[in-house]
Ligand binder design. Structure first.
Ligand code: UT7
Length: 332
């Protein structure tokens, strides 16, 4: 029997309409468009406004678009995994809320949290269900409403993040396409440098935690930067080497969009020119679990069946990893 691979057979992504520009941020915190652009590469980010709208709103937009595009009935979906750090509620899982809103009734669903690496962790997890032969249609969502945990009085973090998300459909193939290899890492050495102090079981919400502004992202930027810039490049080169890929064999790198300088360093180590790197950080900022999906969705019309693509991410924890896949969608 030939091996079953899991292939991405559809992709959709969505960002809310409201655009928060660097110019507007200049009126909120002590910063400049020039500082933000040179240090991060971000010009603007999208923000989800509206009472009662959380991450599932983004996820549902992505999933409904995906099901329509791929002509998939909600009843056919076997499993939905949602990677997020900003769940609608601590429980139930946002994946279950998305499934409910999208009319997905015959599937099981759960969330996965690996900070900014969550989407590639979820993709690597979803892939295994398809490869087992037991599951035929697996939806992997990556979505975050980062504005819900961003402190708009903290200039070191509020300039970085935006809201967005996307979803892919994974289906089996016996062709030499789809997800070929992956390598994931985590190291708790990063815990003190990037986390949210309160709201979990160690420090449940209280008046004190709210007054101390502990329900927001806490990041020591330089410490995270140093680790990210090395590890994202290391794992990207590792996945190339163990699959005997030279830079000329790679059609695109799809990097997590946290900082333009981290993306550049990764591309340089892989020997890739800029044209082979998907970058839209200037328009969306860091959307955590949304970044890779927002890029793939934007570039999908240009991709050709069989293209070698490397996805790479780095996030809180620390977590990091790379996925090597052969694009399986035929645009012709
Ligand atoms: O996706 C999850 C993983 N996260 C990441 O990968 C993020 C990694 N870190 C970074 O991308 C960068 O560290 C930042 C973009 C967060 C910060 O850039 P940096 O080059 O490391 O700046 P810095 O923290 O060293 O700050 C340099 C200076 C400081 O002033 P002094 O001490 O030199 O006087 C900051 O106070 O820039 C100041 N600063 C700002 N100035 C204007 C910090 N934020 C701002 C700001 N506007 N928004």
């Amino acid at each position: 029997m030939s091996k079953i691979n899991a292939a991405i057979t559809g992709i959709h992504a969505w960002a809310p309409d409201y655009i928060l520009t660097n110019k507007e941020l200049e009126t909120i915190v002590d910063t400049t468009d020039e500082w933000i652009l040179t240090r991060t590469g971000v010009k603007e980010r999208h923000i989800l406004k509206g009472e009662g709208l959380g991450t599932s709103h983004i996820g549902v937009k992505a999933v409904e678009g995906l099901l329509k595009k791929t002509n998939t009935s909600p009843d056919e979906v076997d499993l939905l995994i949602c990677a997020t750090v900003t769940p609608d509620m601590l429980f139930p899982a946002t994946a279950t809320i998305i499934s409910e809103k999208a009319g997905i009734k015959n599937a099981f669903s759960y969330d996965l949290n690996a900070a900014c690496s969550g989407f590639i962790y979820a993709l690597d997890t979803g892939r295994r269900f398809v490869e087992s032969g037991q599951y035929k249609k697996v939806v992997v969502v990556g979505a975050d409403k980062m504005s819900s945990i961003v402190d708009y009085t903290d200039r070191t973090t509020c300039i970085l993040f935006g809201d967005a998300g996307g979803a892919v459909l994974l289906e089996p193939t016996t062709e030499d396409l789809g997800i070929i290899d992956s390598k994931m890492y985590s190291d708790g050495v990063g815990i003190p440098h990037l986390h949210q102090k309160a709201g979990g079981s160690v420090k449940p919400p209280s008046h004190e935690t709210v007054d101390a502004r502990e329900h927001y992202i806490y990041q020591e930027g330089q410490a995270v930067f140093k680790f990210a810039v090395t590890k994202m490049a290391d794992v990207s080169v590792e996945i190339m080497e163990r699959n005997n890929l030279k830079s000329e064999d790679i059609a695109y790198l799809v990097p997590h969009q946290a900082n333009m300088r981290i993306i550049d360093a990764t591309a340089r180590r892989m020997g890739l020119e800029k044209e082979k790197v998907m970058i839209n950080i200037e328009r969306y900022g860091n959307t955590t679990n949304g970044t890779i999906l927002m890029c793939l969705h934007e570039w999908a019309p240009k991709l050709k069946k069989g293209d070698n693509i490397i996805l790479s991410a780095f996030g809180g924890g620390f977590t990091w990893g790379s996925v090597y896949l052969k694009w399986a969608i035929d645009n012709e």
